[in-house]
Design a protein around this ligand. Sequence first.
Ligand code: UDP
Ligand code: MG
Length: 300
Amino acid sequence: MDEPAVDVSIVLPVYNERGHLQDEIDRIRGAMEASPYSFEIIVVDDGSTDGSSETLLNVAGIRLIRFARNRGTGSARKAGTRAARGRVVVWTDVDMTYPNAEIPRLVKELEGHDQVVGARTSEQGTAKALRVPAKWFIRRLAAYLTDTDIPDLNSGLRAFRRDVALQFLHLLPAGFSCVTTMTMTFLANGYSVKFVPIDYAERAGHSKFHWWADTRRYLRQVVRMVLLYNPLKVFMPIGITLLGVGAVKLGYDLVGKDFRVATNTIVLLFTALLVMAIGLLSDAMVQLTKPRDEVDPAQL
Ligand code: UDP
Ligand code: MG
């Protein structure tokens, strides 16, 4: 492969962030210039309609990708990553929430790892009562599936190796769960993800987070996580439990009920079969989507 042109590519998805766009770019550039790393800033204008697009045309020293219509955070981050020339790619939000001045520190922490995630230490944002338990559950599930303690599953701030990420880019969704998928995919494929604590500030401008659409997305995310990362770990225990209960019931029917097998016994056994078959099929799918020429994980 060609030598990377720069050390770090910072990918910034922008959808209607006019008020603080310039501030965000300035503080990132300032921090990077003070660091030992060479860098490029790639801004992806995701069909902004608030004048961000016009502002961006006048910002010097950035690479600009412009979408004619709004396609979602994930699409924007993916396009930026494909265009990136750095050995390391950094993802962050352009809403003043993440401590973007600390990007060089994150890049430094990446040595010996494949991805570094800035883990937020406090939960911010709207609909807290609803979001906290939902997020807790999904985080527990993710931790169970990957055998890894995950302090922040959907942080928007992360640095990762571009060569590793390119293997999975086509699997990432178009919307918000893109960042979650990035963490899970690295872990499920045996790459190291390091979590470093970061602060998280009040958002400038409006969040694009919508409670109903996002609850739906959350549920879909749960299903996908199970199916895509480690299906056997969920389907097999359920299937084997059902099979065990069914077998005991069958024994009881045969011995105690004079060979009259009850309907619920048959339902139990068939359900067990079905659950295990779905688990095995999902597992085959997971194996088939593994990259052909795997990039080696980072060496310590
Ligand atoms: N964004 C985008 N396209 C969208 C929605 C958001 O490019 O359709 C950008 C947005 O400008 C921000 C980042 O993606 O820089 C994350 O969005 P947001 O901060 O609204 O999400 P939250 O952090 O609230 O989950
Ligand atoms: Mg944000």
